[in-house]
Design a protein around this ligand. Structure first.
Ligand SMILES: Nc1ncnc2c1ncn2[C@@H]1O[C@H](COP(=O)(O)OP(=O)(O)O)[C@@H](O)[C@H]1O
Ligand SMILES: CC(=O)N[C@@H](CCC(=O)OP(=O)(O)O)C(=O)O
Length: 298
């Protein structure tokens, strides 16, 4: 079978465009946060798995950190529990923590591992407990308000922040050609499990692994300004105002915070990209057209 000339040219153009990126990123680590909202559609999940396998085959080391907020919410709903969020974090009582462990460490983690493996990769699923990967401490939120003399401290239960990451198990897997798939559950000094926002885990993982890029896949085009227009490149100095004026709120708060922390700690760039676009990862990495919002270090 021969290809029509224009199609053959397109294929050649695409491969040639990808070549410098493949060369530049060979041997580099990319941490990809795969958001629960970006994994609701079967075709998107297949596309994501293919992108990750392709990355590995061309010599890039993808490390996946996944979310699963909507999936946790739907099981809680079936159990008759309503979730409340404060500053983008799920209030997590003991019963909710059990559900979080079951959904993130079980259902969601194994589904992603399975998708990648069925598309020719070798993925291994972990939670922060495996190999003592993620040490957590309890997260206490602060609320500053003009009417308060001092910040209010809000306790939201079994919610953690990353205290430290021991990347030994991840490095061992990457060096043996596996693709680590990590659920954002940390273990405290008291041996208890903590529910950690997946963006925060991805950001810290990227820092500790000295990743080239942090890719945050989500369910929106990227960071939007007050008029709803896409901010293609974020000036970090603008963020405080965007938060104070409520333009950045909810789930976008931890995303922006972790992206800024990552680039200020040595990760070359962070990208908030639209996981609803098929092959968003491949388009972001291997083409001249950037997608979503780019955040660079100073
Ligand atoms: N300025 C903003 N730009 C884009 N999205 C925003 C902004 N502020 C808040 N959001 C919300 O953040 C959501 C993404 O966060 P989240 O739902 O937690 O996604 P994920 O599951 O991918 O982590 C968007 O769908 C949007 O509703
Ligand atoms: C503390 C906290 O909010 N944890 C999140 C963990 C999952 C997550 O982050 O999922 P997404 O990336 O899909 O939002 C939660 O319980 O929903």
């Amino acid at each position: 079978m021969t290809l029509p000339q224009d199609r053959a040219q397109t294929i050649a153009d695409v491969l040639i465009e990808a070549l410098p990126y493949i060369r530049r990123f060979q041997g580099k680590t990319m941490v990809i946060k795969y958001g629960g909202n970006a994994m609701v559609d079967a075709a998107l999940k297949e596309g994501f798995a293919r992108d990750v396998v392709l990355m590995k085959l061309v010599g890039i080391n993808p490390v996946i950190v996944h979310g699963g907020g909507p999936q946790i919410g739907s099981l809680l709903k079936r159990l008759g529990k309503v979730s409340e969020f404060v500053q983008g974090m799920r209030v997590t009582d003991a019963e909710t923590m059990d559900v979080v462990e079951m959904v993130l460490g079980g259902l969601v983690n194994k589904e992603i591992v399975n998708f990648i493996n069925r598309h020719g990769g070798s993925a291994v699923g972990l939670t922060g407990t495996d190999g003592d990967l993620i040490r957590a401490r309890k997260l206490l939120l602060r609320r500053d308000a003009p009417e308060l003399n001092e910040p209010e401290i809000i306790d939201i239960g079994h919610v953690g922040e990353v205290e430290s990451i021991d990347p030994s198990i991840v490095n061992m897997l990457v060096n043996s050609n596996f693709i680590p798939v990590i659920a954002p559950i940390g273990v405290g000094a008291d041996g208890r499990s903590y529910n950690i926002n997946a963006d925060l885990v991805a950001g810290k993982m990227a820092q500790v692994l000295k990743a080239e890029k942090l890719l945050l896949l989500t369910n929106i085009a990227g960071l939007l300004d007050a008029d709803g227009a896409l901010i293609q490149q974020l000036d970090v100095g603008r963020v405080k105002t965007l938060i104070e004026t409520g333009v950045i709120h909810g789930g976008m708060l931890p995303k922006i915070q972790c992206a800024i922390d990552a680039v200020q700690s040595g990760v070359k760039s962070a990208h908030i990209i639209d996981g609803r676009v098929e092959h968003a990862v491949m388009l972001d990495l291997f083409t001249d057209t950037g997608v979503g919002t780019l955040i660079r270090g100073r």
